[in-house]
Write a protein that binds this ligand. Structure first.
Ligand SMILES: *Cc1c(COP(=O)(O)O)cnc(C)c1O
Length: 426
């Protein structure tokens, strides 16, 4: 047994499944997850000393790569001044001002420690601000693991939602309607039937938790119009797409503004930091200004904020996103070419530095499409890549991420590994 295998066995004795977040356990692809010892730039090293080119980036945050010297220095400086005060700091204000200046739909925001907390609080805010209970979400979108968001469609899309996890009361799930992503007709029907009861709609404008699926312009415009017409709040969950697909997130790319925006991942640069923000007239409902309760002992933690600020400092540099998107296209186009040369049914898509790989002839537009992709082929491709030192997300239902540390030489190495991996598929 190598050290990874020993650690995985040991981990399973004291931690359920050996992991602190389920996808890390490799259940979908099988095998033993590498235990990571350290990371630098675009590279990871596991406990057996194996090197990997990282295309997961901690599931999104590591847009400038791992252990960037400027970020590490900011974190060390902040840590030396004390780890947590439970009191306001100047850095939090600076951080909030930065986000406000970069995202036009946000006039005020509240910092929290995880995307789950931020999405949960955004839903409570939408309900508190509208005085309504019902929310809409879409199949295949993930918004963290709060009760009301772990819901699947009932017998039909326009019926009451059902819990998608044990432990979620049916009474909670029934307030969530689950519709098909990119389906405008269902949206019209849902608002026609229930418009006056809908507090808000939460959506990933670029979905990244069912592999990568783009929200169509028509879909997002329809959402915007229906929410406005019926007095519901449109919540864009940009935990993944924010500061990833563009500096101003999906809202910049699509030109469509949300009422409430949920942020996480990149804004914390790898530390536990997330946020939700909106116009002032919406945010005034949050305590202590208004009656919607929300709080957190470690919210706005000084180390996390220092890490986020140092990360933002680097990504606002001119040309940063263009270069990153170019490198990502190089990767996806190279993969498609390699697969095509071998007559493998494969496609790829990218929005900014977020990408999707699909063992199917074309990019999916819904959860149903994603389910049609060849999962067995993905799993074999995944292991062939891992064996060649390329670390992809261990599931066919996750997006991948390129960082500014993935230079052309590393992209070429990935494409070389992929050519061999495609050959190995047979
Ligand atoms: C990752 C993610 C979340 C949850 O964030 P956590 O920090 O893992 O709680 C919520 N929404 C989206 C779109 C995400 O990608």
């Amino acid at each position: 047994m190598n050290r990874n295998e020993q650690l995985f066995e040991r981990a399973q004795r004291s931690i359920p499944g050996g992991v602190n977040s389920p996808v890390r356990a490799f259940r979908s692809v099988g095998g033993t997850p590498p235990f990571i010892a350290r990371a630098q730039g675009a590279l990871l090293w596991d406990e057996d000393g194996r090197r990997y080119i990282d295309l997961v980036g901690s599931w999104g945050p590591m847009i400038i790569g791992h252990a960037h010297p400027a970020v590490i220095k900011a974190v060390q400086t902040a840590a030396a001044r004390g780890l947590s005060f439970g009191a306001p700091t100047e850095a939090e204000v600076e951080f909030a001002e930065r986000i406000v200046s970069l995202m036009p739909s946000i006039e005020q925001l509240r910092l929290v420690s995880s995307g789950t907390e931020a999405a949960m609080s955004a839903i409570r805010l939408a309900r508190g601000a509208t005085g309504r209970d019902r929310i809409i979400k879409f199949e295949g979108c993930y918004h963290g693991h709060a009760d009301g968001l772990l819901v699947k469609a009932g017998s039909g899309a326009l019926t009451l939602g059902h819990p998608s996890s044990a432990g979620v009361p049916a009474d909670v799930a029934r307030h969530t309607m689950v519709l098909d992503y990119n389906d405008c007709q269902q949206l019209h029907d849902a608002f026609r039937l229930h418009g006056s009861q809908i507090a808000g709609v939460i959506v990933e404008p670029v979905a990244g938790n069912m592999n990568l699926v783009r929200g169509s312009g028509e879909f997002l415009r329809t959402l915007r119009e229906l929410c406005t017409r019926h007095g519901a709040l449109l919540v864009f969950d940009e935990v993944m797409s924010g500061f990833r697909v563009a500096l101003g997130g999906a809202q910049q790319l699509t030109g469509i503004s949300a009422d409430i925006t949920v942020l996480g991942k990149v804004i914390g640069g790898g530390m536990p930091l997330a946020a939700f923000g909106a116009r002032r007239d919406v945010m005034r409902h949050i305590s202590p200004l208004g009656p919607v309760y929300q709080a957190g002992t470690l919210s706005g933690n000084p180390i996390a904020v220092a890490c986020g600020l140092a990360t933002l400092e680097l990504i606002v540099q001119p040309g940063f996103y263009e270069a990153l998107a170019g490198r990502t296209r190089l990767l996806t186009e190279g993969l498609v070419q390699a697969a095509r040369a071998r007559r493998i049914s494969f496609s790829a898509d990218a929005v900014g530095s977020m990408f999707g790989l699909y063992f199917s002839d074309k990019a999916p537009t819904s959860y149903r499409d994603v389910m049609q992709c060849d999962r067995d082929r993905f799993n074999r491709f995944f292991h062939a890549m891992l064996a060649r030192g390329v670390y992809l997300a261990p599931s066919a239902f996750e997006a991948g991420f390129v960082s500014s540390e993935h230079d052309e030489a590393l992209i070429a190495q990935i494409l070389g590994a992929a050519a061999e991996a495609f050959d190995a598929l047979g």
